[in-house]
Design a protein around this ligand. Structure first.
Ligand code: ATP
Ligand code: MG
Length: 352
């Protein structure tokens, strides 16, 4: 029996609603396979913060080190600042476990109306650098309280960091059409971005079967909404990847569908899998959150743990459910979170 120990961080808001549903769906997906999932649930997040003054205990990283993957719901609460949730939990996990790849597949589904004219078919993978670049803690404020007050922040791009994210993106592209788009802004950001371009081009030049196109981020944003079909795989820095993936996911339809994986591809540390959406305080507690983003994140986790076949089966099952219109109100349906989960489980069993 192949046992995987999974840290479960349901978090806050709708995270608490979509997580148990996704766990049940994953249990159904592994039925009949030689796999066991051992769940280790932790109560960390914004509620924990309000009781303990921190998002997670001091030994949280050590506690998770011994597990095979982290399955995250959503963290956030109107009374807890985004800086606290990000720097108190998500960023330490990504950095301590060197999850340097943020992988975000974005697909359109028939039955899910996109916000783009003509409902184009979209199938894009965004590979975002996840631990360096623009999101650095290097910088500060000067001359506070004077008319000369200023803030400055340095981006840190390392050769090592650009090489490894590009190598990962190249592998993704090789498994698809071979077309790789690199997001840049070397005309305006004249130190880090030309370096990014240079290293990306070097890595691609050493690889087989990949065609590189370097596109300015502003032009790429326009192209992502005008002709997303012309894009297959994107490699981008931390900031550009962050914005682009929300842009493309937003164009496709509900934010409730999109998944995201924070990967340590070498498997030296646990990777983390989460839906793109947040805790959605506006709909929390009503049982209507779309669980597909969490379920799809779970499929990515199974794939990372070596179960390609189970992951593919699960993706096919929730695609069928989506395309039949068995969906939550955000997609125009009337099913509850739990009912969508049940529909996916029924579909999995039907296909067995
Ligand atoms: P946080 O501060 O935790 O990031 P947020 O409100 O800023 O939360 P999201 O949680 O991503 O951001 O929500 C943005 C919008 O999308 C909200 O109106 C929310 O209700 C909706 N939404 C997000 N996730 C889902 C979901 N799974 N199902 C249905 N609607 C969702
Ligand atoms: Mg938010």
């Amino acid at each position: 029996m192949n046992t995987h120990v999974i840290t479960v961080l349901a978090g806050d808001g709708i995270g608490l609603e979509v997580m148990p549903v996704a766990m049940e769906v994953l249990e159904a997906a592994i039925e009949g396979h030689d796999v066991r999932l051992e769940w280790r649930e932790q109560p960390w997040g914004s509620d924990y913060y309000r009781q303990h003054g921190r998002m997670m205990p001091t030994d949280a990283i050590t506690t998770m080190t011994a597990t095979d993957a982290i399955f995250l719901g959503a963290v956030g609460h109107p009374d807890v600042s985004d800086v606290e949730t990000l720097w108190g939990m998500l960023i330490p996990i990504r950095r301590e476990f060197d999850q340097y790849v943020n992988l975000r597949p974005v697909r359109s589904f028939s039955g899910v109306r996109s916000s783009l004219a003509g409902d184009p078919e979209i199938d894009v993978v965004i590979v975002r650098e996840n631990v360096e670049g623009e999101y650095s803690a290097v910088g500060g404020r000067s001359y506070q309280g004077t008319p000369f007050e200023a803030a400055h922040q340095q981006s840190i791009f390392t050769r090592h960091g650009i090489e490894r994210i590009t190598r990962f993106a190249v592998e993704v592209a090789q498994g698809r059409s071979g077309r790789l788009v690199s997001a840049t802004k070397s005309n305006g950001i004249i130190h880090t971005m030309p370096f990014w371009d240079e290293v990306v081009a070097e890595v691609v030049a050493q690889s087989d079967g990949v065609q590189l196109e370097s596109v300015l981020i502003d032009a790429l944003a326009a192209r992502a909404v005008r002709s997303p079909q012309s894009i297959d795989v994107i490699v981008a820095s931390n900031l550009f990847g962050d914005i682009l993936s929300d842009l493309v996911a937003g164009a496709v339809g509900s934010i409730g569908i999109a998944p995201s994986a924070n990967l340590n591809p070498e498997r030296e540390h646990p990777s983390m899998f989460e839906p793109v959406h947040g805790s959605a305080p506006d709909i929390a507690g009503r049982g209507i959150a779309n669980p597909i983003g969490q379920i799809w994140a779970g499929a990515m986790m199974l794939r990372h743990l070596g179960h390609d076949d189970i992951a593919t089966g699960l993706e096919e099952a929730f695609t069928a459910v989506l395309e039949r219109g068995e969906v939550t109100p955000d997609l125009g349906g009337s099913l509850s979170t739990v009912e969508v989960g049940a529909a996916v489980i029924a579909e999995l069993r039907r296909r067995r």
